[in-house]
Each structure stands twice: as C-alpha cells, then as structure tokens.
Design a protein around this ligand. Structure first.
Ligand code: PLP
Length: 391
C-alpha cells in the first residue's frame, strides 16, 4: 500500500484550499502586489503587543483552564453583551479557542453525526465545507448571487432543508463578498430555524468592521428564541489585527459548550496564555485602535469600489469586512484565467472567486486591508491587463 493510500479516505476526499493553490503560484515571485491574503496590513496595536510582552516578562507561561482564563471569559461576556445584545455566563457558556478556526471545527464535531446535513451560504469562507466533511457531515451550499448583493434569503435556505438537516451556518459580514444582513431577513431565517429545529452557527468575526453609519449589525443569537439554538463564533484576528495570536471564542448554551470543551480539552488543552492576556487588553482598551483602522478601511473600500466600477468591472458596495468582489465576466475569462493572467502580466495577486464555492465563479476577491498606495498600483495593473485583453 502506498503512503498516499494510508491517508484516511475522509482527508483524501477534501480538496486543498483554492487560496493555497493560488498562493503557491505567488510564492517565489518578487514584488507581487497582493490583494490576496485576508488579513489586516496593520501590526497588532502596540498596547496589545505590550500586554503580551509584560505577561511573558512576568513568567506567565503555563496552561490555563481548558475553557480559558476566567478573567478573559468575563471580559468576553461583557463585550458580547454590549456588541451583540446577548448575555452568556462566563463559567459555562464561553469557550476560548485557537481562533475561530478551532471553534468552527469543534462546533462541527460536537453537533454532526455521520450523514447529517449542514447548510451554509455560498460564496463563503473556504473552511466551512471541509470542516463539515471532516466531521462526517454533508455540506449543503445555498448559492447567493450578485443581483441580490450576495445576500442569502430565507426562501433559498428553506428549499435546502430536509429531515437530515441539523445545522445552518451564517457569516455576516461575509468573507469573500463583504455583504451584511438586514434584520428583517435575519428574522425570517430565525423563524425557519425554530420551525425546523435547526442549530445555527454564526461566524461574526468581521462584525466590528461595518462601514455605514445607519447600519447596525444584528446577531441572530439576539433574536427571540435563538439564543438557545445558536453558537456564536467570534475572535480577535480581524478587528484587532491579531491573526498571529490565534485567538477566538464560542458562546453557546452550556450543553453545547460542554460538548465542544470535551473535544478541545483533548485536542488543544487550552489556547496560549500569552494570547489570552493580549486579548484581555484588546477587549478592555482596544476600541480606539479598532475605530481608527475601520476609518482607514472605509476610505480604501470607497476608493477601490469606485475604481473597479469605473474600469468596467461591476462591483457592489460591501457593507462590511475588508473584501470587494468585482465581477470579471465581461473579460470573457474564468476567475482562474483572470487571476493567473493578472499575476503573470502585472504581478498583482487576487483570489479567484471560485475558491469560495462554485457560485463565486466570474468574480475575484480583493482584500483592501492593504496600503492605499499599493491598492492604487494594483488597480493600475488591472487597467493595463484589461486593455491588453482588448488589444
Ligand atoms: N471566519 C471567517 C469568515 C474568516 O474569514 C476567517 C479568516 O479569514 C476565519 C473565520 C478564521 O479566523 P481565525 O483567525 O480566528 O481562525
């Protein structure tokens, strides 16, 4: 038997991430302007880094409680109450994890029996489908479209519900489209979940990065009848520019938190203590830094959306996160052909939309958490590439 054959069938069945495939092409090239990676171009705010440094200086290098430091869970509880208007008991309903990534994996493994169906809206973050498959569930995508601003509708979800459906996964603001959700539609989705006895996993990692003054982010966990059937996932990577700290958390009723904790205690034991201390500082004193980064992202968003539309690549105005999702279909190229051509001829990297599911075909994801000067140079590259296609 070859070593390849010794790998589990489940692992062999999942494809490699389309983002990773694409970035292997980028590696080894010099001077690439990248709108590809989904992370802030800022370093973690200095006062948060300092809190981590001081913690190490104090010799805080031990394991923590499996659930996470109690003080951090209390801060998370306060923060979630203020931001999402839903209260969680820090002793039994909050689990500190190694990023939202770990929390998602735990939630899938805690909830799914083999063959259970898991609905999510697409295009979406690349981990949802494989996390479900690795937990022996059946991923069931609901396509959203550019005409609807990539908003998933209750009626689209309803069509996919079967007696095997166990979970609905939501992500607002959405990676890769930046879409946000109106309260009325979220209420319809909540009614559907209650009527069909579904658990909801809601990934709200971009919820601080909302740009319109008159829009208020609503978590489905805060709607009547939903707290008891929802796992709220959140983390520090995006708004606090802390991707490398690898810290996230889940908020869920005690039975679900306990089930997730059971897996976490064996597979991870606990999240790193240095990151947990840094996260406390982020929650207590990080609001001003988040607001300042958000102002910058908004300026970049407005600029990049205007430029794409002006060069003939229709691009909806995303309400949140830090991605735009321009429509490249008028070029006559597929997403992959466009992204490879742009990289080859202009040294500009953006992610082909189909990396986020089949309904992302015809689009590119561009992350604007990048210096404005670099964004301008990348857009010049897009213009020249489009001109070369015509010429
Ligand atoms: N959820 C979404 C929607 C994301 O876009 C990402 C990262 O890009 C993650 C989760 C992973 O977050 P973390 O760094 O907390 O693991």
């Amino acid at each position: 038997m070859s070593l390849e054959d010794k790998i589990s069938k489940q692992v062999r069945s999942i494809p490699r991430s389309g983002i990773r495939d694409f970035f292997e092409l980028v590696l080894g090239r010099n001077d690439v302007i990248s709108l590809g990676v989904g992370e802030p171009d800022y370093s973690t705010p200095w006062h948060i880094r300092e809190a981590a440094i001081y913690s190490l200086e104090r010799g805080e290098t031990s394991y923590t409680s499996n659930l996470g430091l109690e003080k951090l869970r209390r801060s998370i509880s306060d923060y979630v109450k203020e931001h999402f208007e839903v209260a969680y008991d820090p002793a039994r309903e909050i689990l500190v994890t190694v990023g939202v990534s770990e929390a998602l994996d735990l939630a899938c493994r805690a909830l799914l029996n083999p063959g259970d169906e898991f609905i999510y809206h697409e295009p979406c973050y690349v981990s949802y489908d494989p996390s479900v498959a690795l937990a022996y569930g059946v991923p069931v995508p609901v396509a959203s479209s550019a005409q609807d601003g990539f908003i998933v509708k209750a009626e689209g979800i309803e069509k996919k519900i079967t007696p095997r459906t166990r979970v609905l996964m939501l992500n607002f603001p959405t990676n890769p489209t930046g879409s946000v959700m109106e309260r009325a539609e979220l209420e319809r989705i909540a009614q559907l979940c209650i009527a069909n006895d579904l658990i909801v996993i809601t990934d709200e990692i971009y919820s601080e990065l909302i740009y319109e003054e008159d829009y208020r982010h609503v978590s489905i966990a805060s709607l009547p009848g939903m707290r008891e059937r929802t796992i709220l996932l959140h983390g520090f990577s995006k708004a606090f520019a802390m991707t490398g700290f690898r810290l996230g958390y889940s908020c869920a009723p005690p039975e679900i938190t306990e089930a997730m904790m059971k897996i976490h205690q064996y597979s991870m034991l606990c999240a790193p203590i240095t990151s947990q201390v840094a996260a406390m500082e982020a929650l207590e004193n990080g609001a001003a830094a988040v607001a300042s980064m958000r102002r910058d992202y908004k300026r970049r968003r407005d600029f990049i959306v205007r430029e794409f539309n002006e060069m003939g690549l229709p691009c909806h105005m995303p309400g949140g996160a830090f991605y735009v999702f321009p429509d490249i279909r008028s070029s006559g190229l597929s997403s992959r052909e466009f992204a490879s051509g742009l990289l080859d001829s202009e040294n500009v990297a953006a992610v082909p939309g189909d990396a986020f599911g089949a309904s992302g075909e015809g689009f590119l994801r561009c992350c604007y958490a990048t210096d404005l000067e670099l964004i301008k140079r990348a857009l010049d590259g897009f213009r020249r590439f489009l001109a070369s296609l015509k010429g």
